[in-house]
Write a protein of this length. Structure first.
Length: 317
């Protein structure tokens, strides 16, 4: 094999593989060891890596560190549930991390070489709130729905970077489908996230869950306290009661104490509870004048301890 030493490196290795079978195994073990111990990187470390196509973006995802630092036990329980179950229903107030954890898990599966997932689908029931008409928004369906998907895009951008997100969106790996457009579809090998599910009717939830295809995973989240359905029944609440105990279906929930945004969010949400009574016969101007810290030294406690049902206003006139 003396002459083989003058061949290009590729051909030298090729000859060794053929002649020395046992050495081939040793080389394979070295390669496997090198691959399995490769250092995982954070999105920040990949920021300088400019990518232009889907293959590069997915390769970056495979090399990313997907460790999660949970802020509380409810987050950990939710993440464990979506990891194990094919369909998960989760309820809880805004600010608990439902969207972030759902998106992080979806991207993790998309970047895993052991996962069959080849795409992420974001779904929302586009219920028109008072004074907001979708028909007057410019553009096609995707452009009309873009403002409703900002929370997803923001979280994805924080996790994988803007460049990778844009490439994966352009190539259709990450896509948006309005709930009303899902009839007749079968979603296979996808992570499908339905957000704001409290605004879906029972009929819409029935249509949605029956779209699931082989090897797909559904994550359905919402806040039952923020429904725009008015007097109509929430499909999310109906589904939780209907599907509890079904094999393959997981349930999770968050409480006000699990809010991880600004600590003020919890105190603000408490004032929207049904048992909090607004004093309608006092004007906003009078309310402000009664609460301003003046010679009466009237001021709400900074620790949020004034969360009782009624608040007392003292007229300092």
């Amino acid at each position: 094999m003396g002459e083989d030493l003058f061949l290009p490196p590729f051909y030298q290795i090729y000859m060794i593989f053929i002649v020395e079978g046992s050495f081939q195994q040793q080389i394979g073990e070295v390669i496997m060891s090198k691959q399995t111990t490769s250092k995982k990187v954070t999105p920040l470390q990949l920021n300088n890596h400019k990518i232009t196509n889907k293959r590069q973006a997915l390769k970056d995802l495979k090399n990313m560190n997907w460790d999660v630092e949970f802020r509380n036990s409810a987050q950990k329980r939710f993440y464990k549930t979506i990891s194990k179950k094919d369909i998960t229903f989760c309820i809880g107030p805004a600010g608990c991390g439902k969207t972030y954890l759902s998106v992080q898990h979806a991207l993790k599966l998309l970047g895993s070489k052991d996962s069959p997932i080849d795409g992420i689908v974001i779904v929302k029931p586009l219920v028109e709130a008072d004074g907001e008409k979708l028909g007057f928004l410019p553009g096609d369906v995707e452009e009309k729905t873009a403002p409703f998907m900002m929370s997803f895009y923001y979280n994805m951008e924080q996790i994988i970077g803007k460049n990778r997100l844009e490439v994966l969106k352009q190539d259709g790996v990450i896509k948006v489908i309005p709930l009303a457009f899902m009839r007749g579809l079968t979603l296979t090998d996808k992570v499908v996230i339905l957000d704001e599910a409290q605004n879906a009717t029972p009929e819409q939830i029935k249509m949605f869950v029956t779209r699931i295809g082989e090897r797909s995973k559904y994550i359905i989240t919402g806040d039952l306290e923020q429904s725009d359905l008015k007097k109509r029944k929430s499909g999310l609440e109906d589904a939780i009661k209907r599907f509890a105990g079904v094999h393959g279906v997981g349930l999770a929930s968050f409480k006000d104490r699990h809010i991880v945004r600004h600590s003020l969010v919890r105190r603000l949400l408490n004032r929207y509870k049904d048992n909090f009574q607004i004093i309608d016969d006092v004007s906003a101007e009078d309310t402000i004048s009664m609460w301003i810290k003046d010679e009466m030294s009237i001021e709400a406690p900074s620790d949020g301890s004034l969360d009782n049902i009624n608040y007392q206003l003292i007229n300092n006139k």
